[in-house]
Design a protein around this ligand. Sequence first.
Ligand SMILES: [Zn+2]
Ligand SMILES: [Zn+2]
Length: 365
Amino acid sequence: MPRVAVIPQPNSPVEIREVPEPQLELNSALLEVELSEVCGTDVYLQQGRLAGVPYPLVPGHVSAGRLGKIRGTLLDIEGRAFREGDRVTFLDVHRTCHACWYCLVAKATTRCPQRKVYGITYGLDDGLCGGWADQIYLKPGTRIIRLEADADTFMAGGCALPTALHAVERGDLAIGDTVLVLGSGPVGVNSIILALMRGALRVLCIGAPDHRLEVASQAGAAAVLNFQARDEAARLEWVLERTDGRGADVTIEAAGAPEAVTEAMRFTRDAGRVVIVGQYTDHGASSFNPHLDINKKHLDVRGCWGSDFSHFYRGVQMVSDARRSVAWQALRANLSRYKLTDANGALAHVRDGKVLKALIEPLGS
Ligand SMILES: [Zn+2]
Ligand SMILES: [Zn+2]
């Protein structure tokens, strides 16, 4: 029987349970999990801070593995059939309807009310729907992507890769822009890599702790600042010194603290752009001056919620390309692996920022 690591209810430790192998519907499959991940969202799931989450829950929304049993036919977007044994990943978002107002009129599929997310809004009652498990049940209609990269390189980007790709796309970067990234966690680091690929002249990063800022530098940040070392005025000064006194052309907020949103606005030049991607969980309010911080600055502030198939797919292509994947191959040195039975330790290390990226490796654990 497959084992799963379950959060039974908010603020309870993770438990290992054995569950029956699912009956496969037509055009579905089982994924033998090689690697899944522990991200900041999983910490908030354990703390009960995300709305609409059904407990008990098996976390792990982005995973890589090999296709086990397939029932029926599963095709990739090129129309090629998947075979048992293929290494794949899959879009964690399922059931985007392509029939509602948000999907069809607003063309904002990440706001589709029908969408469900493996490991977040699918609970254990929905089946084997999280990656902290020996197997995941890939329900009919799941968007599966062939993975040419090894599982490590893909997971070095993990869920942060499509998120950051979406954020950089929302930032509409121009060649030669100076980009400021607030936050040096996985989304921040992936944003640095992708901003440079998109043509940024240089990327500045303000974050913490120092070991994460070292990773940000290795990923290509031209200058990094530990935000704990300076107050807001001194942080602004640091940005202005590096941007001819104007502020960043584009700022990507990937920090998570509400105050970072206000700082993102103040650290950006007049008529620049700000992308808010770090507020996936409700951390509370932040106050700003609408005249000084937005209107007079002629500032463009954009939210960025989740990611869709295009972000996920293009991220997979980047990590699968020999030359383009170099930055993620280097990030593999920062992966920390945990057995399924060590999920509580992994959560604690992610919560305390001790590791950049924690992975769950169910096989052999
Ligand atoms: Zn995640
Ligand atoms: Zn829809």
